[in-house]
Ligand binder design. Structure first.
Ligand code: THG
Length: 374
C-alpha cells in the first residue's frame, strides 16, 4: 500500500515522519490525538520477534506534548495528578495518571520536568490540552498551556543503546530510566529520554522542529543498518506481555487508578492540593468495584483484532470484559487484560470468555503471567 486509506484533511494532523512511514510500507494505522499512529508494517508477530532481538524506529509523534509554563506551573501539575510531582527533578520524567474530581482517569502521560516552572505532559489519546487550559483559567493560575511543536520518535529494542551511542555519543548510555538530556541532531534541538512503550529498552527522541522529521529519521536509519534496524511500532503482543496498559482500551475516564492497577503511581498523602484527593480516598476506603487483571485464556490463538469480549463467572454471570488480547509466543497462551468485578478478580479465579461465540476457560494470573500458587 502506498497511500493511507484516509482523507488527509487538516483535521487529521500529519506526523513529521509520515513520508518515511509510508515508504517503509506501513499497512495498518490507528487514530491517536487526531493523528495517524502506524501500528503494523509486516505483522505483529514478525515485528515482535524483531523487537525482542534488534532495534526499531517508531513514529510516535501522536504522543503530543502539552506544555505548562509559568510561576504556577508546579501548582497546576500537582492539582491534576495524585502523583507527587515535587519529587520530580528537572531533567526527569514520571509516569503519572491525570485524575478529575471523581478520580476518573483523564489520561496517563509521562510528565517531563524541563525547568523548575516548565513541564511537558507527554500524553496518551485524550484532549488534555483543553482540560488543562480550563482548569488553569478557572483557578486563575499564572501559566501558559499549549501544544508545542514536538514530535517523539522512539528507538526501541536491545540494540538501542549501541545505536544511540553511535549517533549521539557514548554518554547516552548513562541516561537513567525516565531521565532525559538536551542534544542537537541534524542541527535541530531534541530531548533524548530513556523511555518508551516497550519492555525491551530504548530511547525516545523528542524532535522540537516538525520540519526536520525526514532528516532525523534518516540519520538513525543509516546508522541503524548495522544493527538490523527496522521501522516498527508499539507492539500489541509485547506490550500486553510487559503489562503496559493503553488509555482508551484498558482504562478510560470511567475508571480510576485503583481499578486500572496504577496504585503504585499514586502518592495520596502528598502535601500539594490535588482535585482527586477526596474521591480517591473514598475509593481506597471502600475498595474499587472493579479491577484490571491479567487473564490467560485457554486454547489456541484467538487472533481477533477486536477483543471487547464478555467475561463470565459462575452461572454465566457477566462479571466484566476483555480490554486487550494477544497470542503470546513466549508464554504460548492467549494473554489479556480484563476489567473484572472485584469479587472475581483474585489471582487463580476461574472464569470464562465468550470470544465471538467461542467459549473459553480463562484464569486470572499475576503480573508475570505465571500460574497462581496451587
Ligand atoms: N512515551 C511517551 N509518551 C507517552 C507514552 C510513551 N504517552 C502516552 C503513553 N505512552 C503513556 N503511558 C505509559 C505507560 C507506561 C510507561 C510509559 C508510558 C512505562 N512504564 C514503566 C513500567 O510500567 O514499567 C515505568 C513506569 C515508572 O516507573 O514510572 O514506561 O510510551 N513519550
Amino acid at each position: 500500500m502506498s497511500t493511507l486509506p484516509m482523507i488527509l484533511s487538516r483535521r487529521l494532523r500529519p506526523s513529521p515522519y509520515e513520508q518515511r512511514v509510508i515508504e517503509n510500507g506501513a499497512s495498518a494505522f490507528t487514530l491517536y490525538n487526531k493523528m495517524t499512529l502506524p501500528l503494523i508494517y509486516d505483522s505483529y508477530e514478525t515485528a515482535y520477534e524483531h523487537l525482542c532481538e534488534h532495534v526499531q524506529i517508531w513514529d510516535v509523534a501522536c504522543e503530543r506534548q502539552v506544555e505548562i509554563v509559568g510561576p504556577d506551573a508546579l501548582r497546576l501539575v500537582e492539582l491534576i495528578t495524585p502523583r507527587d510531582m515535587s519529587k520530580c527533578a528537572v531533567g526527569q520524567g514520571k509516569y503519572a495518571p491525570l485524575c478529575d474530581e471523581n478520580g476518573g482517569i483523564i489520561n496517563d502521560p509521562i510528565i517531563l520536568r524541563l525547568a523548575v516552572d516548565r513541564f511537558w505532559l507527554s500524553i496518551a489519546d485524550s484532549d488534555v490540552n483543553l482540560w488543562v487550559k480550563g482548569v488553569a483559567y478557572g483557578r486563575g493560575f499564572d501559566v501558559k498551556v499549549f501544544e508545542p511543536d514536538v514530535s517523539p520518535l522512539a528507538i526501541q529494542g536491545p540494540k538501542a543503546d549501541d545505536l544511540m551511542a553511535d549517533v549521539v555519543g557514548e554518554h547516552t548510555r548513562d541516561i537513567r530510566f525516565f531521565w532525559f538530556i538536551d542534544e542537537t541532531i541534524a542541527g535541530t534541538p531534541v530531548k533524548i529520554a530513556r523511555s518508551g512503550w516497550s519492555g525491551k529498552g530504548g530511547f525516545e527522541v523528542y524532535l522540537q522542529d516538525g520540519s526536520k522529521g525526514n532528516a532525523l529519521w534518516d540519520i538513525f536509519w543509516e546508522a541503524g543498518q548495522k544493527y538490523n534496524l527496522r521501522a516498527g511500532a508499539p507492539n500489541l503482543i509485547e506490550r500486553v506481555e510487559t503489562g503496559l496498559k493503553s488509555y482508551g482500551a484498558d482504562m478510560t475516564i470511567d475508571s480510576n487508578p485503583f481499578e486500572a492497577a496504577l496504585e503504585k503511581y499514586l502518592d495520596l498523602d502528598k502535601k500539594a492540593e490535588y482535585m482527586s484527593r477526596d474521591a480517591l480516598a473514598r475509593i481506597k476506603k471502600n475498595g474499587p468495584a472493579r479491577r484490571l487483571v491479567n487473564l490467560v485464556i485457554d486454547g489456541g490463538p484467538l487472533g481477533s483484532m477486536r477483543s471487547d469480549w464478555a467475561v463470565r463467572g459462575e452461572r454465566d454471570k457477566n462479571v466484566g470484559m476483555v480490554t486487550s488480547q494477544a497470542w503470546s509466543p513466549r508464554f504460548e497462551a492467549n494473554i489479556a487484560f480484563a476489567i473484572i468485578d472485584s469479587s472475581y478478580a483474585d489471582v487463580g479465579s476461574v472464569l470464562s470468555v465468550n470470544a465471538d461465540g467461542d467459549l473459553r476457560k480463562a484464569t486470572v494470573r499475576n503480573e508475570k503471567w505465571q500460574s497462581a500458587p496451587a
